[in-house]
Design a protein around this ligand. Sequence first.
Ligand code: ZN
Ligand code: ZN
Length: 530
Amino acid sequence: MFLTFYGAAREVTGSCFLMQVSGKNVLIDCGLRQGTDVFDGEEDGFVFDASKIDYVVLTHAHIDHSGRLPLLYKKGFRGKIYCTSATKKLCNIMLLDSAHIQESDAEWRNRKYKRSGDYMIQPLYTMEDAENVCRYFYAVEYGEKKNLFDGFSIEFSDAGHLLGSSSVTVTATEEGVTKTLVFSGDIGNVGQPLLNDPKYLKKADYIVMESTYADRVHAEPGNTEDDLARIIQTTLDRGGNVVIPSFAVGRTQEILYFIRHIKEEGKVKGHDGFSVVVDSPLAIEATNIFSEVGEMYYDKEAKDLIDQGVNPIGFEGLSVSITSEDSRMINEDPGPKVIISASGMCEAGRIRHHLKHNLWRNECTILFVGYQAIGTLGHAIQNGAKRVRILGDDIAVNARIEVLGNTSSHADRVGLMRWLDAFDNRPDRVFVVHGGEGNTEKWADDVRTQFGFNAVAPKFSESYDLLKNVRLKEGYTPETHSRVTPNTVYKYLLESGSRIGELIKNFKGRTNSETKKFVRELDDLFKRYS
Ligand SMILES: [Zn+2]
Ligand SMILES: [Zn+2]
């Protein structure tokens, strides 16, 4: 009985773990590595034989857990994929969306390569691969024990991170010995709208757990709904639009949930029936899925609404734009409104049009509701850029920029502690995965010192014998190369530099102590880099 780590090993994305039991091969998750760095040699395939995989057990639909399934199919996989019915439905749309991105990205790069006489590239996978792999999905609901083959069963429990997200308990028997493994999946934050808090599990011989925010304690949630109501009120009063760049699946539906309640309680005054537009084809499809899955996926508040015949994310004044013509019409109509659009970090999609039409207007608000990675347009706007380039135009940033606090869908350090503390027995070993910037190693240290458990942060392709609880093969840190050219990174630097210039100008008239502190920090920075 073996366990090998083929992803999310000392990094935060690309979850992929292989279990080998009684001659069968089972993958737990098959995620895509995201961000700017890619592994050399693995970019277009797997380091194992995809056609030899018999089963995939999928914790949730996020692309960093599911995104290489179409590639697995392309490379010969014809087995069965098990997940909850909500995950299955979400994967249907998310994998197609991912394939669409792969295809257009390859097309865009090839256009450039053609001009420079460079070699042509193939998309990682196509829409057809994504459609094909979706035929191999089978649904198993929370709490249902499913036997995959003799001596191997799985059970999903609610991880409270995304609709349908789960932790998986695997019970495997080989040579008359039974071992229980818990794969945490992504562990949810507590008190999120729509979703239950993560379910705590009690027993495992081995635990494979995430550590995304092991170094962070989330700010007190405050009152997200009241903050949102205030922002909508003041913006509509000024006659502006509230533009919300949002992740299509999960975050968009949470915002709709808040707005439904804001409207019911009449928290925004003087703008009866104000209109809210969801402008993202993926977000619209996801919203439909949220409305059609069973109430077993929802927390008590949402369930109560459903029991009363109320759609928790539907309300009067909500409209969706399906075609790009509908999308264009949104900015023709002068009435103030709320516009929710993707992508969440403003890097692609219809949101760019809305930014172009609203960023320069004083009366509008751009409201960020999720994480903005460095180097993205969203990050630049959120961090005070005065001008940005969108769709070939220079746009002044005059709109108000707001950020909605603590909307994380991941447990923080306290949540991870609580999750691990819930186990009744002492595990043989804890494997820490899914954490960036040294978080896996640090969390493994904490698990050793604070819980006294045997804990390790495995490297890529590291392998363990689970019957003997010994490491079979040491992993390694694969070479990465950057998808972002040095020129692009240098461009980010120049942009940051000009923002510092703006910031210095804004110091005129501030107190001496504030200015001195800033000078000291700048001096430190210069010392470190020159
Ligand atoms: Zn996730
Ligand atoms: Zn994840």
